[in-house]
Write a protein that binds this ligand. Structure first.
Ligand code: GLA
Length: 377
């Protein structure tokens, strides 16, 4: 299985934590279709931790909690598939999951077979309760082999939070995406810190195996399992844009059955999604230039498959900022005889720049994201 662009979907953890059940999953599947999320590319519906009984059965198999999932997981998977969606589940490389349900350690092959039989298309694989004598790369190699030989295409989503230098070995395990950060929570501080942390490891990202900056908190508005302060509309826009720019998987974490118009307008911004899903999957790079705002404003460019250049300007600081850069820094500039004709992807504002691109009066935590075409000046 080759995963060519960052996976997109919904995951139960951020809002629902342990409070998951059959009805939630079915109504969420319905909402993914009715709200246009599936059409926009969000095609994986993933159940996170807390879906099973606390112990395996007498044959050593995982058992779905009969109170939460009275019809079993295969029935849930069939429903999710009937909506045109793909179905994801969760386990852990250790002896127990992070919420203390049975983990897959020493049960990798039997669990991979169970997931395949249930019709699972995606496995998130966590890192809690890891036996200390086994290095992480061996734990993930075991499950990677088990999934790849399970008889079903199952996307392998590794979740070792970047621990033990995950970036150095994760591509040897068969993983298609890997958590490059600790857990997100619904606050600006968390978004900002995960974004900054990612800048040091984004070279490891690429088609086939994507850096996963964790599930989105867009639209949580301070409610749910990982809620803290909540964020403003501008902050959620910046969050979504940064994750899109850095080729992170886009896994929604809010209750999509009850989205506000603002939430919908962020998650369904097709132009921003197109930057994330660009078929070339090129890494963004930091635009060099005057840097008296260093550490506060991050300017990034990303070359797109059709020759366009995406430019993202992110004010991660707490003051208004007036950044700019010279187009030489992205391979343009006056002497080339070319200019950049651009459109801002949140406001629709259009314009062109020949020598310098200026970003006046950027409010704290705000962003501007452009798609530019190179044409004759
Ligand atoms: C870890 C993971 C989270 C979530 C929880 C579930 O903290 O990083 O994304 O899956 O476990 O217990």
């Amino acid at each position: 299985m080759i995963v060519k662009t960052p996976p997109m979907g919904w995951n139960s953890w951020n809002t629902f934590g342990p409070n998951i059940n059959d009805e939630l999953i079915r109504t969420t599947a319905d909402a993914m279709v009715e709200n246009g999320l599936l059409e926009a590319g969000y095609n994986y519906l993933v159940i996170d931790d807390c879906w099973s009984l606390r112990e395996r059965d007498e044959n050593g198999k995982l058992v779905a909690d009969p109170v939460k999932f009275p019809h079993g997981m295969k029935d849930v998977a069939d429903y999710v598939h009937s909506k045109g969606l793909k179905f994801g589940m969760y386990s852990c490389a250790g002896t127990r999951t992070c919420a203390d349900y049975p983990g897959s350690f020493d049960h990798e092959y039997v669990d991979a077979k169970t997931f395949a039989e249930w019709g699972v298309d995606f496995l998130k694989y966590d890192y809690c309760f890891r036996p200390n004598y086994v290095p992480g790369h061996l734990l993930y190699k075991k499950m990677g082999n088990a999934l790849a030989n399970s008889g079903r295409d199952i996307l392998f989503s590794a979740c070792s939070w970047g621990a033990h230098e995950t970036h150095k070995w994760i591509k040897t395990t068969g993983a298609h995406m890997w958590r490059s950060t600790g857990d997100i929570n619904d606050s600006w501080a968390s978004i900002r810190d995960l974004a900054k942390h990612q800048l040091n490891i984004w070279d490891y990202n690429g088609a086939g195996c994507f850096n996963d900056m964790d599930m989105l908190v867009v639209g949580m508005n301070g409610k749910g399992n990982v809620a803290v302060t909540g964020c403003t509309y501008e902050e959620y826009k910046s969050h979504f844009s940064i994750w899109a720019f850095l080729n992170s998987p886009l896994m929604i974490g809010c209750d999509i059955r009850n989205m506000t118009e603002e939430t919908r307008s962020i998650l369904l911004n097709k132009d921003i999604i197109a930057i994330n899903q660009d078929p070339a999957c090129r890494q963004a790079y930091i635009i060099e230039g005057d840097n008296w705002w260093a550490g506060r404003v991050y300017m990034m460019a990303k070359r797109l498959n059709d020759g366009d250049i995406a430019i993202g300007v992110f004010n991660l600081g707490d003051n208004d900022e007036w950044p700019n850069f010279q187009l030489d820094s992205i391979g343009l500039g006056y002497a080339t005889g070319k200019k950049l004709v651009w459109r801002e992807l949140w406001t629709g504002e259009t314009g062109e720049s020949v020598d310098v691109m200026r970003f006046h009066g950027m409010a704290p935590h705000s962003c501007r994201v452009y798609r530019g075409k190179i044409v004759d000046a």
